[in-house]
Design a binder for this molecule. Structure first.
Ligand SMILES: Nc1ncnc2c1ncn2[C@@H]1O[C@H](COP(=O)(O)OP(=O)(O)O)[C@@H](O)[C@H]1O
Ligand SMILES: [Mg+2]
Length: 230
C-alpha cells in the first residue's frame, strides 16, 4: 500500500512560543519500497513516524493510505486506530516486549487483541519467528534474550498483522553494528517479500546498504540524499 504524506506541518507551543517542527513536508513510499530517513537529533524524525503511524495528527496536511486521508479532521480516532491495527507495523528503538510473555506469545497477543487468535495465527507467529531467525527461541521470555534477539522478536511482532506499511524508528540504535545490519536486512527482506512500504529512521550511515532511497530531514522538510557517500 502506498504511503503518502503531503504538505505536512507540525507546530508545537513551547513556553508560549510556536515552534515549527515540520513545515510543508512531502513524502511518498511505494509498496515494496524501503526508504531511510536521516536527520539530526531533534529534527522531527520521530514526529514523522508518529504521523505516518497514525499515533499523532499533524497541525495541517494529509497522511494518505490507499487514497484515504487519515489525518483529515473528518477521520475519527476510531477509524485511525482500526487502520493502524490492520495496516501498520511499528518497531521502536527499544523492543517494548512484555517481560512475562514468551517470544511466540508476544506475537500471538497481536492476534488476540484483534480477536482472532486461532490456529492460523499461532502458525503465523512461528513462521515469522523463523523468518527473523528466532524459531528456536520461540518459547523464551525477553529476559533470556540479547538486545539483538529482542529486536528480532519486535520486528516479527510488527509483521504479525500482515501490515501494508512498516515503520521503524531507530530500530538498530541499541544494537552493535553487525546486529544492526541484520535487522536492516530483515526489514528490507520483509518489504520485498511482503510488498510492504517501509520507512526506517536511522542515523547509522553504515546501515543504509539495503535501502532503496535515503531522505534527510532538515528545517522541517525532506531532501533527497545521494546513497553514494553517506
Ligand atoms: N508534543 C510535543 N510538544 C512539544 N515539543 C515537541 C512535541 N513533540 C516533539 N517535540 C519537539 O519536536 C522536536 C522534534 O522531535 P522528534 O520528532 O522527537 O525528533 P527526532 O526524532 O528527530 O530526534 C524536538 O525539539 C522535540 O522536543
Ligand atoms: Mg527520534
Amino acid at each position: 500500500m502506498k504511503l503518502e504524506l503531503s504538505n505536512i506541518t507540525v507546530d508545537v507551543t513551547d513556553g508560549g512560543e510556536t515552534r515549527h517542527i515540520l513545515s510543508g513536508l512531502d513524502l511518498v513510499v511505494e509498496p515494496g519500497e524501503v526508504v531511510a530517513i536521516t536527520g539530526d537529533s531533534g529534527s522531527g524524525k520521530s514526529t514523522l513516524v508518529a504521523l505516518a503511524g497514525l499515533l499523532r495528527r499533524p497541525t495541517s496536511g494529509s497522511v494518505i493510505l490507499d487514497g484515504v486521508d487519515l489525518a483529515s479532521p473528518s477521520t475519527s480516532e476510531r477509524d485511525r486506530t482500526a487502520t493502524r491495527r490492520r495496516e501498520i507495523g511499528l518497531v521502536f528503538q527499544s523492543s517494548n516486549l512484555f517481560p512475562s510473555l514468551t517470544a511466540a506469545e508476544q506475537l500471538e497477543l497481536v492476534a488476540h487483541i484483534d480477536g482472532r487468535l486461532d490456529r492460523d495465527a499461532r502458525a503465523r507467529a512461528l513462521e515469522l519467528l523463523e523468518l527473523v531467525g528466532m524459531g528456536e527461541r520461540a518459547n523464551q521470555r525477553p529476559g533470556k534474550l540479547s538486545g539483538g534477539e529482542r529486536q528480532r522478536v519486535a520486528l516479527a511482532r510488527a509483521l504479525m498483522n500482515q501490515p501494508s506499511i512498516v515503520l521503524a524508528d531507530e530500530p538498530t540504535a541499541s544494537l552493535d553494528a553487525p546486529r544492526g545490519r541484520e535487522i536492516m536486512a530483515l526489514l528490507a527482506e520483509s518489504a520485498r517479500v511482503q510488498g510492504t512500504s517501509t520507512l526506517i529512521v536511522t542515523h547509522a550511515p553504515d546501515q543504509l546498504s539495503n535501502v532503496d532511497r535515503v531522505v534527510h530531514l532538515s528545517g522541517g522538510q525532506l531532501v533527497d540524499r545521494d546513497l553514494v557517500g553517506v
